[in-house]
Write a protein that binds this ligand. Structure first.
Ligand SMILES: NC(=O)c1ccc[n+]([C@@H]2O[C@H](COP(=O)([O-])OP(=O)(O)OC[C@H]3O[C@@H](n4cnc5c(N)ncnc54)[C@H](O)[C@@H]3O)[C@@H](O)[C@H]2O)c1
Ligand SMILES: [Zn+2]
Length: 370
């Protein structure tokens, strides 16, 4: 929790960035703000935020890093904390992470570690960050050995979700965000999953009513789970559905596959694994695949690295215990599956996963109605 003992105020409002200075003064007062943004977002939204803070008489600096997952590394972290020191941020300073999930995780981890932890505000600018990454207080960087392997829980004081910034987001990035929203439906709400599938064209066209309903729907589901299990000692693990294989895919391709695309393929694969071992109701992988296809997401497993390579990369997953790779699985669309012992992740032998991945490559699940 943050020093106020909360998981952060979440303001969801089109145009909220227009009053960022008063929002920060009210919810995250600080002597000095460091707005961290990547090279794409800095000119579009980072610099305007700094200008608004300065116009309101607040001290603010912009810290820019290269765009892409390649910055979410020890070197990227060092660059950010050295920049915070260079601009003179003190313990009474605040990091404003303005960007997608990469910046949220990287600047969030910098805030968690700089001067032994200073206050943090998340300003998500990608749909993926709005519906998922900026919420819940997890921050991390990737290590050579695996994704998100160094990190901290560092909840923001404030999350400002202003969907107006999505106007500048490339379309394929929008689809990436839909992958995490499909995950929310898959693990917690079958009617939400169905709704996303039906609304996919409106969502991809950025129709405000559809986008606003999606943002609100996903935030409700994610924060509900986080509130019940903030430190991921149980239920929160279900938000990793699709992610054991997704992270393996990202690592095995050197992050050439984008996170949302990897999550899409990972969910179809993990639903199929669940079906194979009798935990997941038959037909679930196909249902999830249909929703993802509607959202314009890739679900063709032949695009993934070979099964044995993926399974090897999955062994570095943070959820691994006693040497076994663990998977968050579904009972059916909208419901997570616990083990007989009440565990929210399932240990599955590598050979079972390899066989399912191999079969999926040979014959991907046919779309329903075919
Ligand atoms: N901490 C968590 O709970 C959590 C949850 C989900 C994902 N993640 C992490 O999030 C990352 C993926 O996030 P992402 O997909 O947002 O990636 P990203 O941060 O790289 O953003 C995607 C791209 O969109 C650009 N962009 C972002 N907002 C923009 C805007 N408004 N206009 C124009 N361009 C914009 C970025 O510059 C980047 O090129 C992964 O590293 C993943 O591990 C973390
Ligand atoms: Zn994710």
């Amino acid at each position: 929790m943050n020093p106020e003992g909360s998981w952060g105020e979440v303001v969801i409002e089109r145009g909220a960035l227009g009053r960022i200075a008063s929002l920060l003064s009210a919810h995250a007062p600080a002597a000095h703000y460091a707005v961290v943004a990547d090279s794409n977002v800095a000119p579009l939204h980072g610099r305007p935020v700094v200008a608004r803070l300065e116009a309101a008489g607040l001290r603010a600096d912009l810290v820019t890093v290269a765009a892409g997952e390649g910055s979410k590394t020890p070197a990227g972290w060092a660059e950010v904390v050295e920049s915070l020191a260079r601009v003179g941020l003190g313990r009474d300073g605040c990091v404003v992470a303005a960007g997608g999930g990469v910046i949220g995780d990287l600047a969030g981890f910098a805030a968690a570690t700089y001067a032994r932890g200073i206050s943090l505000v998340q300003v998500p600018t990608s749909l993926l960050a709005m519906v998922d990454a900026a919420l819940g207080g997890k921050t991390a960087i990737d290590l050579a050995a695996g994704k998100n392997l160094a990190g901290a829980f560092h909840p923001p004081r404030l999350v400002v979700v202003d969907a107006l910034v999505l106007d500048t987001l490339p379309r394929e990035e929008l689809a990436d965000g839909l992958a995490e929203a499909v995950k929310h439906g898959a693990v917690a709400d079958a009617s939400y999953l169905k709704w996303i599938e039906g609304q996919a064209p409106a969502l991809l066209d950025r129709e405000p009513a559809a986008v606003d309903a999606l943002v609100a729907g996903s935030i409700r589901i994610k924060m509900g789970i986080v509130d019940r299990d903030p430190w991921e000692s149980g239920e929160r693990a279900i938000l990793n559905f699709g992610h054991t294989i997704a992270h393996a895919m990202e690592v095995a391709t050197g992050y050439a596959v984008r996170h949302g695309h990897a999550v899409a393929l990972g969910m179809v694969a993990e639903a199929a694994v669940g079906e194979e071992i009798g935990v997941t109701r038959a037909g679930t992988a196909r249902q999830i695949r249909d929703a993802l296809v509607a959202c314009g997401l890739p679900v063709d497993p032949t695009r993934a690295p070979p099964p044995a390579e993926l399974v090897r990369a999955a062994r570095t997953d943070k959820k691994s215990r006693a040497g076994a790779t663990r998977y968050a699985l579904l009972k059916e669309a909208g419901t997570a599956a616990t083990t007989a012992a009440g565990d929210w992740t399932h240990a599955i032998p590598d050979d079972v996963v390899t066989a399912v991945l191999g079969r999926l490559r040979a014959a991907p699940p046919a779309p329903s109605g075919v």
